[in-house]
Design a protein around this ligand. Sequence first.
Ligand SMILES: [Zn+2]
Length: 413
Amino acid sequence: MTNKQHIIDRFLRYVKIDTQSDPKSTTTPSTEKQWDLANLLVEELKQIGLADVIIDENAYIMATLPSTVGHQVPVIGFVSHFDTTPDFSGTHVNPQIIENYDGKDIILNKEKDIILSPEYFDDLEQYKGQTLITTDGNTLLGADDKAGITEIITAMEYLVNNPDIPHGKIRICFTPDEEIGRGAHKFDVDKFGAEWAYTMDGSQIGELEYENFNAAGAVVRVQGKSVHPGYAKDKMINSIYIAQDFINSLPRLETPEHTEERQGFFHLSSIKGDVEETVLEYIIRDHDKKHFEARKQVMIDLVEEICKQYERDCVQIEIKDQYFNMKEKVQPVMHIVELAKNAMEAVHVEPIIKAIRGGTDGAQLSYKGLPCPNIFAGGHNFHGKYEYVPVESMQKASEVIVKLVELTAKKYE
Ligand SMILES: [Zn+2]
């Protein structure tokens, strides 16, 4: 359907522009350089002939592909983000193209001896014979999520050039700052005006996701009493030991390193302390809303119990919800997942439906009134130097978008 070289050229154009976001910044976008790609995307959307191409003061880009049918079809949207993670450099991305991949080790960087090996990254094996785009070992690639942007624009271009394909009105949006958790923050859902949407931000070909964690952060502050150790008998209270009691009272196996699939956890991410004060930082994750609430309650009860035990208010806890499982918002409209699944099958992609052990912008958007499952963008090993994407997966993702809008129009005939 889509010209392979065309999709490669487009993707390379985007990843060569540095768009790393910055969690310490308070502006939107969080970094000035995100405008560089944003402005280019606006020009390209106009060039391929989309309508209402708009970029707002926060660099959110929206555009419309008008309907090609006479009957009423719900407006649907596609969303991806143009920033890359602050965790790894995105400066001077120098992509390598491996044609007809032979299934063996790929030398990313000879000098530094950086090798992308199927022995360690066994997903590589399924791409034998395909065209892979990798890094040169010095930066990330930025397939997360410039692959998604490439796929959406390529699909829109194809639909513009093939007006005989029936579809309703399509809206697209590209956001800044997804990687620092703010992609949905200034997303104007009313202005977008879609009934539902899809983020093109998943990993391997076939992924289709509509469940993610419920998430909260907890800060536990333990107060001690510092006294000269030589005169401390019956006077000193060492906050570190109390903190230790707290840590040991939570189930040791309900942690990220011992859980998978739909199992939740408590994750102690930081501990800083001395005799006088110890501060513990936790994140709490669970797909199940009831279990999630129960986990928070366990921590609150534990604080109370320890205070009782030491006969003083020596422990305080502050819990903040971070995001919620989109399943609650998607389940009432399961046909939107069904349509995506059917679209994949129609273009011979086997759907892999699983629960995300994290969050997505789509989760936040779902709670803002725009149900938004996540579809694969095709990349692997996000956020680091081993990131790669098979071009064939990007082509397939583009085809899924085209098929999805077609099936939606047919469903409402
Ligand atoms: Zn992403």
